[in-house]
Ligand binder design. Sequence first.
Ligand SMILES: [Zn+2]
Length: 394
Amino acid sequence: MFVHCKRSPTNYMTTGTKSISKHILPASSMGNERFLTEIRYGAQNAGKKAYIQAGLHADEAPGFVVMHHLINRLDRADAANAIQGQIIVVPLANPIGVGQWRDEILQGRFDFFNSINFNRRHLDMTAQIAERIKDELHDTPDENVTLIRKAAGEVLSSIESIDEAEYLKHLLLSLSYDADIVLDLHCDDQALMHVYLGTPLWPDAADLPAQLGAEITLLAEDSGVTPFDEACSRIWWQLAQKFPDYPIPSACLSATVELRGISDVSHEQGEQDADNIYLFIQRRGFIQGEAPDLPPLRNEATPLRGVEHVKAPAPGVVVFLKQPGDHIKKGEVIAEIVNPLEEQMDNRITIVRSGIDGIVFSTKTDRYARPGRILAKIAGKEPIKGRGKDLLTL
Ligand SMILES: [Zn+2]
């Protein structure tokens, strides 16, 4: 059943179409094997596939609560024989990171062995797929989708990772690369709900942020650091650019969903987010029944290259004068940095101003500044960063 990773999972059937698989990761330390849990609903040959995961950054808690409520919803749909597509749920995508406790704080964002962010440097398969398909492309989009997914599966099968985190990344991509929809649930520090999407997916994917009630949608063709969502989706428009004489659609609607801030954890919010994800995939034909009318999009999408990362110019403690959700003008004060050691009262405060017009959508949770540290993010309409720049934070 599962051919792209070298180790076979242990599978359990439950009720209805639901099955659970446990994928064992290669241990980094003796006696410390971990496993990834995958839940599948629907038939494997359903003709459409959705993949939803949470907790790739294991310190980002809201996604786990959303998963709890989403699984409840999907269990009920399955019991009613209402699941029409294949739906894969990975409720805890990073069993390595979720064990990274240190001094009472769960870390979970960077691999302890090499400091690589768990949501960066995922596999970029475009060149290897291109090599495999270059003489076999067709004149119809559907045939090319089948061809490219087959080639991607072959590329994944040809890769063997012995490192635990590399193996995990390979496993997650192996579960999702052939999906029509991929949702990767994250959260920010103190933030509005926002969604990252590939520019070529817009506006076809506008039903996702609209249904979620996301305030901000950020578009990029290539953020420069290959987060998980881009590893799934970017191959499609890169191959389309490489082979302009053939119809290659953007066949994977892949998004990173930032579920507000790190402390925004409640059953009310989690249930609402799970309901909205459910309605989104229902409207896309994965579950029987009629979804209600799509709510209007709250704000037009803006370029990821238009995001200002407001950085601290001095050390001290940050007092924010603007909050997530506030509209701000270029030159307006967003925060003050207080340093009580400066002798002159005027020098005790360093003013931090916005460099652009836009919407403040994220601020740091803790209030410490050091020169260069990102304190806030503002979504502006005009690109301010050049192509080829890394557009995401560490
Ligand atoms: Zn994250």
